[in-house]
Design a protein around this ligand. Structure first.
Ligand SMILES: *[C@@H]1O[C@H](CO)[C@@H](O)[C@H](O)[C@H]1NC(C)=O
Ligand SMILES: *[C@@H]1O[C@H](CO)[C@@H](O)[C@H](O)[C@H]1NC(C)=O
Ligand SMILES: *[C@@H]1O[C@H](CO)[C@@H](O)[C@H](O)[C@H]1NC(C)=O
Ligand SMILES: *[C@@H]1O[C@H](CO)[C@@H](O)[C@H](O)[C@H]1NC(C)=O
Ligand SMILES: *[C@@H]1O[C@H](CO)[C@@H](O)[C@H](O)[C@H]1NC(C)=O
Ligand SMILES: *[C@@H]1O[C@H](CO)[C@@H](O)[C@H](O)[C@H]1NC(C)=O
Ligand SMILES: *[C@@H]1O[C@H](CO)[C@@H](O)[C@H](O)[C@H]1NC(C)=O
Ligand SMILES: *[C@@H]1O[C@H](CO)[C@@H](O)[C@H](O)[C@H]1NC(C)=O
Ligand SMILES: *[C@@H]1O[C@H](CO)[C@@H](O)[C@H](O)[C@H]1NC(C)=O
Ligand SMILES: CC(=O)N[C@H]1CO[C@H](CO)[C@@H](O)[C@@H]1O
Length: 859
């Protein structure tokens, strides 16, 4: 083979040399080139481009590359030669390369390398995966990492998965066993975990007198009824530690007021709360009783200061002393750590927020209502204090408001509305109206702020919903005990930042809604913090009606509306009505008899009788009209007419009384001249003068006739003086006449030659006249007092005297008159003996001329 090779080479060399020699002359191009026919040297392509020539020139599995003037060989991709040279020119065979045997391994850790023709690929071993997720790779740095199989729950229920390097393990949970009996498994379809039921044999699991309850992976033992576990708990699992024993407490081994307990298998008796054993301890022997502990033996210790302690069987409670309030707001408390008794007079809100104020109010109200029945002075002092504190804290709260901000709040006990202004700026309106549900206040901002400049000025109105029922109705400086007072509105407090509110330039106006209303006098009152009573000082009623009362006050405090119930009560009113009716009817009868007497009795006919007749007629008509018309208020015009006629008729009575006085004067002073008034002048005055007064009054103020309540002159507007003025004048003038008359009469009695008979007559006349003046005059004096004072006694006096006027006149002029009495006796005799009636023809001849025949003086 070698020789053959050598020979071939030799041949080739010789041949080559021959060519070179043969062409030396013609060919001077050098190796790798050859001469073409037109004499230029051209590169010789040694590789010739085909695989065969490459194999021929370079060897098996090579590639041949031609270069200018030369060539070189390389192994094909994936092949190499034994010399390891990359470039070569000599014949060298190339062999395939196995990358998988390379060191270090081309695929890295945990991977398998697979060689292919000219290449290779890598796969991760089982249980591993590349971090990038590709399965087939050639990059040794791709890295195969362990898969956490436990993430996919490969073990099934009640099993624990443990990840291992490249694999995992399953084990059953506690209380479970695998179905195949393997401790460790990986195939969940083949092996599952199932529960161990410990309770299949309960006696083994739990012991005697207990029931076993199988739970997931474990079990629970509970004692039967009437048994208790020695561990003191409800359940147990370890029967060597805990057993069930009979519950002795069920067999009442303990005495009264005790509690039976057991601990670690032992039973004992303990006293209930509030009880103790005879020796003072808490444990007692079986069946021994416990006795009540008197916690109140040391009241101070049990309840704290200012409290009283009340012991009850097994229990005690504390109540606060009078004037003190429990801080929990309840009437009683038990725990002195939580609750104390606080002096009600020192109680204040903890802060000036509305919440704290209302808490304070609730607490105070609860306590105040408790002390209502106690010492009145102390009680009202507490109320005063309460009002002052409320005012102080409310105004503090109001100070926090923004400019013109308004805030209100309402609790079950009080309602508050407040507003503030800031930075010395008074709103244009100059006034503020603060209104709660039932009350309102209008106050000037100047009053609120005071005279100085201010940063903040605030006003608040507090309405107490129930305080009126807790507060007394005594009125300072009101002596009359008979008047009953009643608060008819809520109590309100007007609070402002201004401290000088004793004497306001502009009054503050408060409108109250009346909670109730009686027939009485309404009074606006303020609470006096020094006397602890209501005071009417500085407040007046602006207007009032059934529903509202408007008060105007010149100072600030707490206010309310009081009602003085001195007006006549229902029963009194009925009595008075009865008295009036009966009295007037009696008067009318008396007057009628008197009139008849004066007209019919010729023997007493005189100017005096004439005057009496007219007086009686006027009074008769007046009383008759009074009886039927005084309460005829339904018709306004009718009522006014009645009032007008009453005015006229009563004035007529007085006019005739004046005439009587004048006549008396004339008689006494000029007795022997026998001068007397002329009848027509008397009539003119007696009926004309009243007409004149009524006419003027009606023209001047016609509305004064008739009111809603009665058909008489209006009292409230003072129109009644249209009646009272003439009456007073007449009374005064008459009184003057009477004084002179009496004086002259006394004179005459003393004279030497008196006409005794005549004088006695005049004397009688004078005294009846005086008595009459007194009666009629006094009636109206009482009337005036009645209208001014309005007391019940006055009402009775006035009613009686007024309605009996007619009866008095009858008594005075008829019964006290001897002549008239004689006439009556005669009349009665004549009635008894009708046959003798003719004897008294003068009596029976009724004559209307009686009135006209008064021209004679007849004395
Ligand atoms: C010689 O012949 C070759 C090809 O035959 C040609 O490419 C070349 O140009 C020629 N040179 C001259 C000088 O004619
Ligand atoms: C082989 O020769 C080629 C062409 O001359 C050159 O490009 C390459 O670098 C050489 N390779 C080595 C390994 O010398
Ligand atoms: C036993 O029962 C109790 C109450 O029912 C429960 O709180 C407890 O977890 C149970 N014990 C076991 C081990 O199941
Ligand atoms: C039960 O309690 C006993 C005594 O304390 C102890 O020796 C035993 O190991 C416990 N058994 C279990 C299952 O805990
Ligand atoms: C009420 O208390 C005051 C002051 O404590 C006392 O002066 C007054 O006498 C007491 N009044 C009555 C009726 O107990
Ligand atoms: C108070 O009012 C004055 C002038 O009216 C004004 O200059 C000032 O800014 C105001 N201050 C505040 C805090 O509003
Ligand atoms: C209150 O009313 C009186 C009279 O009606 C009035 O003069 C006064 O200005 C009023 N006060 C306020 C603050 O409106
Ligand atoms: C008040 O007086 C009026 C009439 O004057 C009467 O109708 C009414 O019943 C009285 N009311 C009370 C509560 O007395
Ligand atoms: C009562 O007085 C108030 C306030 O003055 C008024 O608003 C109201 O209309 C009056 N009611 C009646 C019935 O007159
Ligand atoms: C009520 C009941 O089951 N009692 C049983 C408790 O256990 C004892 C044995 O320790 C039995 O004798 C009782 O009958």
């Amino acid at each position: 083979m070698v020789t053959q090779h050598c020979f071939l080479r030799l041949v080739a060399i010789c041949f080559h040399s021959a060519i070179i020699l043969s062409t030396t002359e013609a060919n001077q191009c050098g190796t790798g080139f050859y001469r073409v026919p037109n004499m230029t040297c051209v590169d010789d392509n040694e590789c010739d481009g085909s695989q065969d020539s490459s194999n021929a020139r370079c060897g098996v599995n090579t590639e041949c590359y031609n270069t200018v003037g030369s060539f070189y060989c390389t192994c094909k991709k994936g092949y190499s030669n034994q010399a390891g040279k990359a470039n070569f020119t000599t014949m060298t065979n190339c062999h395939e390369l196995n990358e998988c045997y390379q060191k270090p391994p081309v695929c890295g850790q945990n991977a398998h390398c697979y060689n292919t023709l000219g290449s290779f690929y890598c796969l991760c071993v089982k249980g591993f995966i590349t971090s990038s997720g590709i399965t087939n790779f050639t990059d040794g740095n791709a890295g195969c990492i362990d898969i956490n199989e436990c993430e996919t729950n490969p073990c099934g229920l009640n099993a624990i998965c443990t990840n291992k390097f490249g694999s995992f393990e399953c084990t059953c949970d506690d209380g479970f066993v695998s179905t195949t009996g393997e401790h460790i498994f990986t195939n969940k379809t083949k092996t599952q975990c199932q529960e161990i039921n410990e309770c299949l044999r309960p006696l083994e699991a739990c012991g005697h007198n207990a029931s076993c309850k199988n739970t997931m992976g474990s079990f629970n033992c509970t004692c039967h009824r009437g048994f208790v576990a020695t561990n003191g708990r409800h359940t147990f699992t370890n029967k060597t530690e805990t057993q069930c024993q009979a519950d002795l407490c069920l067999s009442r081994i303990c005495g009264p007021n005790t509690v039976c307990r057991h601990k670690a298998g032992r039973f004992y008796c303990e006293c209930s709360e509030g009880f103790s054993s005879a020796s003072g301890g808490t444990r007692v022997t079986m069946r021994a009783p416990c006795v009540d502990v008197n916690e109140c033996l040391d009241a101070e210790k049990a309840c704290g200061p200012h409290s009283s302690c009340t012991n009850t069987e097994g229990y005690f409670f504390c109540t606060c002393e009078e004037g003190f309030v429990s801080t929990n707001g309840e009437p009683s408390y038990i725990d002195k750590m939580e609750t104390r008794c606080q002096d009600l007079a020192l109680l204040v809100p903890s802060a000036s927020s509305l919440e704290n104020i209302s808490q304070f109010a609730d607490l105070s109200f609860a306590s105040l209502s408790k002390f209502q029945q106690r010492n009145s002075t102390e009680y009202h002092k507490l109320i005063s204090n309460f009002l002052v504190v409320m005012e102080k804290y409310t105004i503090q709260a109001a100070r926090n408001l923004q400019h013109e901000q308004r805030k209100n709040d309402s609790t079950s006990n009080f309602e508050v509305v407040m507003q503030a202004i800031r930075n010395n700026t008074i709103p244009k309106d100059g006034r503020v109206k603060l209104a709660t549900a039932k009350n309102s206040m209008v106050i000037g901002w100047n009053t609120v702020a005071g005279k100085k400049s201010f940063d903040v000025a605030a006003a608040a109105l507090i309405s107490y919903k129930q305080l009126d029922s807790l507060m007394a109705t005594s009125l300072s400086g009101d002596g009359s005990k008979e008047t009953e007072l009643d608060l008819i509105s809520e109590v309100v407090t007007a609070a402002v930042t201004n401290t000088d509110t004793k004497n306001l330039d502009e009054p503050v106006n408060l409108t109250f809604e009346n909670k109730k209303y009686h027939n009485g006098t309404v009074k606006c009152v303020s609470w006096d913090n020094t006397t602890y009573t209501w005071s009417a000082y500085g407040c007046k009623v602006n207007s009032t009606n059934r529903t509202y009362t408007v008060c105007s006050c010149t100072h600030l405090s707490s206010f309310a509306v009081l009602m003085a119930l001195h007006e006549i009560k229902e029963s009194d009113s009925y009595n008075l009505h009865l008295i009036t009716t009966v009295g007037i009817i009696l008067s009318l009868i008396c007057l009628f008899v008197s009139i008849l007497t004066f007209i019919l009795c010729r023997s007493i006919r005189s100017i005096r009788t004439t005057i009496h007749t007219h007086l009686c007629v006027s009074l008769f008509l007046a009383e008759f009209l009074f009886l039927i018309g005084i309460s005829w208020t339904a018709n306004k015009t009718g009522c006014a007419l009645v009032a007008g006629f009453l005015h006229y008729l009563f004035l007529a009575c007085f006019a005739w009384m004046l005439l009587e006085g004048v006549q008396l004067y004339l008689m006494v002073v000029k007795v022997f001249n026998a001068k007397s008034l002329r009848s027509k002048y008397m009539l003119l005055f007696g009926y004309g003068f009243p007409l004149l007064v009524v006419g003027i009054s009606a023209v001047a103020y016609s509305r004064g006739y008739g009111t809603d309540k009665y058909c008489w002159l209006d009292l409230t507007s003072g129109f009644v003086w249209a009646f009272l003025t003439p009456v007073c004048i007449i009374i005064l003038v008459n009184a003057g006449f009477f004084i002179i008359t009496v004086w002259r009469l006394v004179d005459k009695f003393a004279s030497l030659n008196p006409d005794m008979n005549e004088l006695k007559k005049i004397r009688a006349f004078t005294f009846t006249a005086i008595a009459q003046l007194c009666l009629l005059g006094c009636t109206w004096v009482f009337g005036m007092l009645h209208f001014q004072e309005g007391t019940i006694a006055m009402a009775y006096i006035f009613t009686i005297v007024n309605s009996l006027q007619g009866a008095f006149i009858f008594i005075l002029h008829c019964l006290f008159n001897k002549q008239v009495r004689d006439e009556y006796i005669k009349f009665f005799i004549s009635v008894c003996h009708m046959q003798k009636a003719s004897k008294y023809s003068e009596f029976s001849t009724s004559s209307t001329q009686g009135l006209k025949s008064t021209r004679e003086t007849g004395m």
